[in-house]
Every structure is written in C-alpha cells, then in structure tokens.
Design a binder for this molecule. Structure first.
Ligand SMILES: Cc1cc2nc3c(=O)[nH]c(=O)nc-3n(C[C@H](O)[C@H](O)[C@H](O)COP(=O)(O)OP(=O)(O)OC[C@H]3O[C@@H](n4cnc5c(N)ncnc54)[C@H](O)[C@@H]3O)c2cc1C
Length: 456
C-alpha cells in the first residue's frame, strides 16, 4: 500500500497539472494512469495544443476575461465558477510557461495561445510524436517523476473507498501485479477525462441514442471517475448542456482512420443535411458543436448525409484551411463512401434515399437557406456526430471539490478537467470554454485545495 498526500486518477492535462502543482506545494503525490506509456492516453497528445478560454486568449486580465466567459456561456454557469476561471486564467498560463513549453499567440478576435510548434495530427488515435503537444505531455510526465512524484502506467483506478478512521481515501487500481495497486491518500483528484467513450453513460446523460455516435477522443474515458463520485454521494452537473464535438464521416464510428479529421462542420452549415430517407434536417445550428449535439439528441446520430453541389465539392470541401486535411479528396482516399451523380434524383438513388424526399429537401433548403444548392454533379456523403467530450460530468464547486447531492462538498475529493460537469455553457453558438484551458485551471486548483487541506 502506498501512502501519500494526494492520489490523482488520470495523467492527462488536468492530472499532470495537478501533480506538478502538488509537488511544488510540498505534497507527496501519485498518478494512476490507465494508458500504458509515458504521456499516457492524454487527449492533448491528439490535439493542436490550443490553450484558450471561450476561444479567447487566456492571458486576458480578469475583467475582460469574465465578460468574455459570461458572454460565451450566456451566464449559464455558476457565477462563482466563472469568477474562478477569470481569476485564474492568466496566472495558469504563466505557470504553464514555466513548465517548459513555448506558447505562441494565434489570431482571431481575442486570439489564443498554442504550444509551439504544433504539428498536423496523425489519423486515428496515434500521436504525432514530433509535435509539441505530444512532446509537452511526455516532458511533464518525466518532470513529475524527476521531482519526486510516482506515475503508475497501465493502472486503471477501479474503486475509491473512504479509509478507516477518517484517514482519507483508498484507491484500488488494476495493475500488472496480481493483487492490484492500492494507494491511501488524504486527498484524491478524479481527472480521468470523462465518460464520452462509454455509450451507456452517453445514453443516460445525453440522449437515448447518443451512444450510436462516433468517439472523437481516446477510448480510455469510460467514466470511472464519475462512477466513483456517484458512489461517494456526488452527482452529475451540466445535463442538457451538450458536448464539444464535430461532424465526421460516418466511417469514424468503426474505423479510427476517419478521425479526428476531416470535419464536415462548416460544410453542414451551408449545404443541406438530410436523414436516411432524404428528408431535410432543419437543424438551425450556428456551429459544428451545436449541430453535433442536435444530431446526438436525434433518433439516429449516425444516420445523416450531407448533399453538396459541384461548387462546394470543388471549393470549400477541397480546402481544409491548410492545417486540417480537406474532405475532398481525403474521404475517398481513405476509402470512405461518397456518392456522386449529375442530378439530385440520381444521387438519391445511389445513396439509397427517396428521390421525392431528396428533391423536396433541396427545394426546401433553397427556399429557406442563404446558400442555395447550385448545379451538379452532386455529392452525397454519410456523416455522424463525433463526440470529443461531454459538458455534463461530476458536479464541482469553484474549488474543484466534488459536491454532495444533499449539499456541501465531499472532504478531500476533487475533480478536474473533462471529468467535471457544468463548467462549460450550452453547446451551440458558444458555451465551449476550452478543454485544455479548463483542465489546466481545475487541475491546479484541485492540487491547491489538497495542499490547503494538508496544512489545516
Ligand atoms: C483531436 C482533438 C483535438 C483537440 N484540440 C484541442 C485544442 O486545441 N484545445 C483544447 O482546449 N482542447 C482540445 N481538445 C480537447 C482536449 O484534448 C481535452 O479537453 C483535454 O485533453 C482534457 O484533458 P483531461 O486531463 O481532462 O483528460 P485527458 O487528457 O483525457 O486525460 C485523462 C487521463 O485519464 C486516464 N484514465 C481514464 N480512466 C482512468 C482510470 N480509471 N484510472 C487511471 N487513469 C484513467 C486516461 O488514460 C487519460 O490519460 C482536443 C481533443 C481532440 C480529440
């Protein structure tokens, strides 16, 4: 049995931020990481490494940051949490820079920072080992161990129980050792990345068919932390808020070569999206994550098809923006289905839809949408909602303490990163604050809570 001040379940951005901060504050700490290798199965290893809040620069001062977060979340998140985020973003980024990463600003209205130099993502759940986000996570794991922390790989935390005589917690994890790995700790941080890889939990907390979607993330996010929190009296916050996700080719459900890119988000906002029969999906979504959520909540999250005219196929569909691969030709190169024909009736037949339905869908789209479907040939591509992470998750307060259903916080139990719920707003027209930024802030916050607990 290991005896430490802090046990952290999950060595992703939230877990390693917590771990490094905990060591800095004089705690002894252990990270249990389900992934088998240095760097674990952390989501940042697949990512472009953009640290932002509400798609804004985390180096903003308190007042503009608070205004920005409130605007993007439509003030739906708890005011104390919005305040905490605004208070801590700038200092968290400054701290991150001290962890040996080069952060460079990128432009949009508010700008944001990315770990430099990021590289193109590789298809599937493989890591681009030359890219800075992947290197950063491996470096942080090394640093944690060099500074006295311990990381166990291939250690999936399975149970969390209160230790006898109020002496914190006992975490049991699977490990190559037959008796498993047992850690006793005064405080525990649940930082396992959430439950998006668990279809049953998606159906329970998102929508009855949500489990039929594509997983646009690592497969390790099974919701173990959530189950532990619920068992200890915690609850789920953020139900009805949706997900952060994107629209992928339907093959992404069964073939990881089709994720995480190319994405169909922008194309789906201008070209008609139809259901399996060819009926127009009048989604009214303003962005990709909102459309992802609407598809997820429908009766068939993987049953839609986008119809593109020739100008779209040869234009926006062939332009991935330089950084991400374009739909055309990547989908066909990967062997994904694309039906094309000179007329709508023919493309309907090829794609297995009703001719009448698809013709009516195009007429309806052209009568109501700003961008009309122009001349053929037409392209029909099957798509699916792809979930990166969920906005519902473990309910926490502005100290990252896990909240008890009956009121108050559970002493010594914290949650951070994508394991938490209710921190992001509603998906659609905003709401998404940023996965990495929130993981960094809440991970550090939870570690500081554990340090204060030790001192008390
Ligand atoms: C393609 C892609 C691009 C992205 N780009 C960006 C971006 O540019 N900017 C941004 O802000 N966000 C981005 N994201 C989202 C971002 O990666 C996540 O929000 C972030 O990594 C979440 O960090 P986390 O620490 O909460 O979870 P994770 O990084 O998922 O870490 C959780 C860890 O817990 C481990 N684990 C799970 N269960 C257990 C268990 N029972 N016991 C022990 N360990 C366990 C897992 O193996 C994993 O290593 C992107 C995601 C994807 C997929």
């Amino acid at each position: 049995m290991h005896n430490v001040d802090l046990a952290i379940i999950g060595g992703g951005t939230a877990g390693i931020s917590a771990g490094l901060r905990a060591l800095e504050m004089g705690l002894s700490a252990v990270i249990l990481e389900r992934g088998q290798e240095i760097g674990g199965a952390a989501g940042i290893r697949l990512s472009g490494g953009a640290f932002h809040l509400a798609l804004g620069d985390m180096r903003l001062d308190h007042d503009p940051m608070l205004a920005h977060v409130n605007k993007v979340t439509n003030q739906e998140i708890a005011p104390a949490i919005a305040e905490m985020i605004a208070n801590r973003s700038k200092s968290s980024i400054a701290w991150l820079q001290k962890q040996g990463v080069d952060l460079v600003p990128q432009g949009n209205e508010f700008g944001y920072v990315t770990i430099h130099p990021r590289g193109p993502s590789v298809p599937g759940r493989g890591f681009n080992r030359k890219a800075a986000p992947d290197k950063a996570m491996r470096t942080w794991h090394f640093r944690f161990v060099e500074q006295g922390g311990a990381i166990y790989y291939g250690a999936r935390a399975k149970s969390l129980k209160a230790a006898p005589q109020g002496k914190g917690w006992i975490v049991v994890a699977s490990s190559p050792e037959p008796e498993g790995l047992r850690v006793q700790a005064q405080s525990v941080i649940l930082a396992d990345g959430g439950f998006q890889a668990n279809p049953k939990l998606l159906e329970k907390y998102l929508g009855p068919r949500a489990g039929k979607s594509a997983l646009r993330a690592m497969t390790t996010a099974s919701g173990d932390g959530l189950m532990m929190a619920l068992e200890q009296g915690g609850y789920v916050a953020g139900e009805g808020r949706g997900v952060y996700g994107h629209i992928l080719h339907r093959n992404a459900i069964t073939d990881e070569n089709f994720l995480p890119y190319p994405m169909f988000d922008a194309l789906c906002l201008t070209s008609p999206v139809v259901d399996a029969k060819g009926k127009l999906f009048e989604h009214g979504a303003k962005d990709g994550p909102e459309l992802t959520y609407k598809m997820l909540m429908s009766s068939d999250p993987a049953g839609y098809t986008i119809i593109m005219d020739n100008a779209t196929w040869m234009g926006p569909a062939a332009n991935g923006g330089g950084y991400h691969p374009a739909v055309n030709p990547a989908i066909e190169q990967k062997g994904g289905r694309v039906d094309s024909a000179p007329t709508i009736a023919e493309v309907a037949r090829k794609a297995g839809m009703g001719e009448k339905e698809l013709t009516a869908a195009v007429e309806r789209h052209n009568a109501t949408a700003k961008a009309k479907l122009g001349s053929g040939p037409y392209y029909a591509v099957p798509i699916a909602a792809g979930v990166t992470f969920t906005f519902p998750g473990i309910a926490v307060n502005d100290k990252a303490e896990v909240l008890r259903k009956g009121g108050g916080a559970i002493p010594g139990l914290y949650a951070a990163g994508c394991a938490t719920g209710g921190i992001h707003g509603r998906s659609g027209g905003g709401g998404y604050l940023g996965g990495l930024g929130i993981a960094l802030i809440t991970g550090m916050l939870a570690a500081e809570g554990a340090a204060a607990r030790k001192k008390a």
